[in-house]
Design a protein around this ligand. Sequence first.
Ligand code: C5P
Length: 306
Amino acid sequence: MAAPDILNGAVPARAKVNLFLHVGDKRDDGFHPLQSLAVFTASGDSLRAEEGSGLSLEIDGPFAAGLQKEQDNLVLRAARALGEAAARPADARLILTKNLPVASGIGGGSADAAAALRALCALWKLDWDEGRLREIGASLGSDIPVCVPSLPSFMEGRGEIVTPVESFPRLALLLVNPRVAVPTRDVFSALTQRSGVGAILPRGRLRDCADLLRFLETTRNDLEAPARALQPVIGEVLSALAALPGALFTRMSGSGATCFAIFPDDDSCARAARALTSAHTDWWIQPTAVPEFNIAHEETGQDIGP
Ligand code: C5P
């Protein structure tokens, strides 16, 4: 596998945003089949892996407190699973900087686990391809495989079938979380209306923002209604986002409660963030961007930018 993309000695664990999410009928294994388009933002958590004897995890950052009481963090489970698959002791000192809210529908825990797989592959000098890491990830959680490459991709199956899009435009995106945790399992349990998983996915037709918006208008997030029923404040967030000048499209991500709005440019996104911050001082409000992506550049090894 290519060396992980290192930021100040740490592997980025980018926020995952589901631009749409369609769900089918529950399968015999208890999971739901789904179709989704997941994209990854410039901002997120970050993880450092250093030599250590035994396995340890330190957590810092603004949302560290939400994870301290968790004995068996997904990052530790990913490290143990990789050590087992590589038939070696899972020795490492892991340092996670938690910038993303926990249990918030933007894949924080999954992105952290995927970052741990990438960082430990480098630390333990395992020359493994991404497919193998995605398989280990899938054994730990449905959202982890798509977080291994962290590139704009369609998700199918229970989430583990990942197909990168051919091209994706740069997006200015505002993320907002009203600081309520929503457990994914509870949202799936409260689901009543499903779109099914028969949508035709435009793998090669997302060249610009207008193409993307035309496609998104034909889709939904099926988990939005059950998540709003559990946490009505999500409805307030969506109304506040839709009322912001310049907001082109608003929706909830994943199983919530984080919602997003797409803006035409970074300036209007930053202005919207300032306006919302002054009205809702208690919400987590993060202006960010999805980098432009072109699979042809990726395949020829060209840099895809920040
Ligand atoms: O795979 P993960 O552990 O993230 O899933 C958490 C819970 O979300 C599952 O236990 C299941 O209740 C629900 N889920 C589902 N169908 C999926 C993904 C998750 O029902 N495709």
